[in-house]
Design a binder for this molecule. Structure first.
Ligand SMILES: [Fe+2]
Length: 309
């Protein structure tokens, strides 16, 4: 049976209905979901009451999963404001400051040389009375396509350094020496070529630090200009959470941010899993054609996926 897909945003973001993702889905259904995903960038499934194991099993259908940043044995991370005993964590704690960087526009795992491909969030602890704490996504593909040709040409071959410390500096968190060693700065193309659709999409976010060959002020000016353009209301979809919402997005196409909420008052925990990236998009300072690499890796399957567009 074909899946039901309804576009909710202007250029992206769709709701998929009629599926219980805890059940084992056929390869055809997974392929249909992937087609919808490539077309809409972000997919929302309501009422998916996953256990951790079920979320892992579903996520793995789309690729190899990233380990949690802080636990090499886990593939699902609880992101929220609760301590392990269920009490609300001190909003001024180190961990709270670390996670608050999620309130800045970003693409997941931009601090890895091979940044995340796909991310999944399941809203397990969401209070129906919480007035805020939404998540927003911005369509970097639509924003890129609306840039003047001169600007697209100007960023075509630029490579930028991305650094986890850059976004944490905004929230008052300094990486300790062990973290600094574990997550050094990495490099990404500013115009990436989407592996599955072949579309060009700009890649900028809160960890972008410096364009190769440029000084920091000139680099920052460009990052701010591009992000101001990309986060105009017309490119954003704002999602108010209901418990057990399951939102899945393509980090190669969109950026996202969590909106603030009263962290001392409302318990809020979303469980995240991530499909890791195919490989670095910059090797020895040069941009990789990610579309060609993906086609070579996946052959016919890649062509089927690309045909979704
Ligand atoms: Fe994120």
């Amino acid at each position: 049976m074909p899946i039901q897909v309804k576009r909710l945003g202007r250029t992206f973001f769709a709701e998929v209905s009629g599926l219980d993702l805890r059940q084992h889905l056929s390869d055809d259904t997974i392929a249909e979901i992937r087609h919808a995903w490539m077309e809409h960038g972000v997919l929302l499934f309501r009422d998916q009451q996953f256990t951790t194991e079920e979320q892992i099993a579903y996520s793995k259908r789309f690729g190899k999963l990233e380990h949690n940043l802080r636990d090499d044995n886990a593939f699902v991370a609880p992101l929220g404001n609760l301590n392990p005993d269920g009490s609300i964590r001190d909003p001024n704690s180190d961990q709270s400051k670390f996670l608050r960087a999620n309130q800045l526009w970003h693409s997941d795992s931009a601090y890895f040389a091979a940044p995340a491909m796909l991310s999944f969030l399941n809203g397990r602890v969401i209070d129906p009375n919480m007035p805020d704490g939404h998540t927003q996504w911005a369509d970097m593909q639509a924003a890129y396509e609306d840039l003047p040709q001169s600007k697209r040409d100007a960023i075509e071959d630029l490579v930028a350094m991305h650094d986890m410390q850059t976004s944490r500096s905004v929230t008052g968190r300094v990486l300790d020496p062990e973290e600094r060693q574990k997550w050094p700065p990495v490099y990404h193309r500013m115009t990436r070529i989407h592996e599955e659709t072949g579309k060009k999409i700009m890649y900028v976010g809160s960890q972008a630090t410096q364009v190769n060959g440029w000084d920091v002020p000139k680099s920052k000016k460009l990052f701010v200009e591009l992000m101001q353009h990309a986060t105009q209301e017309k490119y954003i979809y704002d999602h108010k959470w209901t418990q057990w919402d399951f939102v899945c997005w393509d980090n190669r196409r969109v950026v996202h941010r969590q909106r603030p909420f009263d962290e001392a008052k409302w318990p809020r925990v979303v469980f995240r899993s991530v499909v890791e990236g195919t490989g670095p998009d910059v090797i020895e300072g040069k941009g990789v054609n990610e579309f060609e690499r993906f086609q070579a890796l996946h052959g016919d399957r890649a062509r089927i996926l690309a045909a979704a567009e």
